[in-house]
Design a binder for this molecule. Structure first.
Ligand code: ASP
Length: 435
């Protein structure tokens, strides 16, 4: 019977049930029950997705790159992908800055609320500042150094080092293009097969998605901070959410419509399950397997493009995070009574664009790199404490934008290379295993 209900409805139902369980448990003081008996199912779901992510990146990138046959094709696809990623990210920050300057949510924060927030989250904020500072102290070229692993196998054991895995996989793909066909073929066949197997595993894992997201959301509700602190941040949160909504429901479907001719409904319906998983897990890396599957099978992106564009996008293209950083930086400045001139705002635009590239595709990463944005604009980094209370729900929303942007760019790049086809009929609307 369940088989008949499309997956996205099942996930949505799981989310609603999770929220209800969370609220009821919170009311009844049953937080421990949720922690010990429900949350573990969410953790298992997250782990299953993360478990697949690294092998998926390796198999899909090696296959994707080596299929290109020549390096000029690779550089063409790479150039377009990076250009689109940069343009959409900068546009996202600009939208965020426009909204936050218009609404001025920070100007209305009462001094007493400000003090309360600053003291409630001072120690957490200090922890994030220390993490970010130790990164900053490494020097301006460190991000470049960080891309190249000294040990590939060590890199595969840490989801924060995805960029290193991508780098290695790209190089292997290039190597396969350069060696003789008969030497390359057996290796390519292995990764081709592995790719298929992993996509099949995504099918299986997604069968557990409704229960997984239910557990994640129930745990989230019982663990979130007190409501009165959240309420004081409503205007700030609204600015972020409205900005993200403009991206998700405006910019990306409009871009795909304009540049690929596909309708709003086609794009949004195709990517919906990935958006729901992104919302529940707050991690683009964990969502990557689902994004890959939806892009190929519902949006019609050829596997050569999806295998290249999406793993890189999950790690580097974070429009939602960048928008949030722009809004958060200006909000903190407003709340602390600082004025930012045009130069400061431009430096926020630049650093938020770059910092979002450096943010790992895991929960709360955007909050850590926000420290760098604040530093660049001369805003006291302790101000981070002001926005802590509401970060998690916003993280969930910005991850949705991050994933949607990746899918949009994948479609546009595929179209530009003549590699956007009809959705693959074999599994349209659900993730049940192929017969
Ligand atoms: N959670 C986000 C992601 O994985 C990153 C962030 O903004 O914290 O895409």
């Amino acid at each position: 019977m369940l088989k008949k209900i499309p997956l996205h409805w099942q996930i949505l139902a799981g989310m609603i049930v999770g929220l209800l369980i969370g609220f009821v448990a919170d009311r009844l003081g049953a937080q421990q029950l949720v922690k010990h008996w429900i949350k573990p199912f969410g953790t298992i779901f997250m782990n299953l997705l993360k478990m697949i992510a690294v092998p998926l990146i390796i198999a899909s990138l090696i296959k994707g790159v080596s299929d290109m046959k020549d390096l000029s094709r690779l550089s063409r696809m790479g150039g377009r992908t990076l250009a689109l990623y940069l343009v959409t990210t900068a546009a996202a920050v600009a939208i965020g800055l426009g909204i936050v300057n218009l609404v001025k949510p920070g100007a209305g924060v009462a001094p007493a609320t400000r003090e309360k927030l600053l003291s409630a989250y001072a120690s957490e904020a200090a922890g994030r500042v220390t993490t970010a500072k130790s990164e900053q102290e490494k020097g301006p070229l460190q991000p470049l150094v960080d891309i190249v692993p000294d040990n590939f196998f060590a890199a595969t054991t840490d989801n924060r080092r995805m960029l290193q895995v991508i780098f290695f996989a790209l190089l292997i793909g290039v190597g396969l293009i350069l060696v003789a066909e008969e030497k390359a073929k057996p290796i390519k066949d292995i990764f081709d097969g592995l790719n298929e197997v992993i996509l099949k595993l995504v099918d299986l894992v997604m069968l557990t998605a409704p229960v997984g997201v239910m557990a994640l959301l129930a745990a989230l509700i019982t663990e979130s901070p007190s409501a009165d602190l959240l309420v004081s941040l409503v205007w700030y949160a609204l600015c972020v959410v409205v900005g993200l909504a403009i991206l998700i429901f405006g910019l990306y479907p409009a871009l795909t419509r304009l540049l690929t001719g596909k309708s709003y409904g086609f794009f949004l319906k195709g990517i919906l399950p990935a958006q729901l998983v992104a919302f529940s897990t707050s991690s683009s890396a964990a969502t990557l397997p689902v994004t890959m599957e939806r892009a190929q099978e519902s949006l019609g992106v050829h596997e050569e493009v999806a295998g290249f564009v999406l793993p890189i996008g999950a790690t580097m293209n974070m429009d939602g995070t960048a928008l949030y950083q722009g809004v958060a930086a200006v909000f903190i400045a407003q709340a602390l009574g600082l004025t930012l001139d045009l130069g400061d705002q431009l430096s926020i635009l630049l650093t938020a664009t770059l910092a979002s590239i450096g943010a790992a595709a895991v929960p709360s990463a955007g909050l850590i790199v926000l420290v760098i944005v604040l530093g660049a604009a001369g805003i006291p980094q302790e101000g981070l404490a002001l926005i802590f209370a509401i970060d998690r729900p916003l993280d969930m929303c910005r991850t949705v934008a991050n994933v949607t942007s990746d899918a949009c760019v994948a479609m546009v790049v595929a179209q530009s290379l003549g590699l956007l086809g009809p959705p693959q009929e074999r599994r349209l609307d659900d993730f049940y295993p192929r017969p």
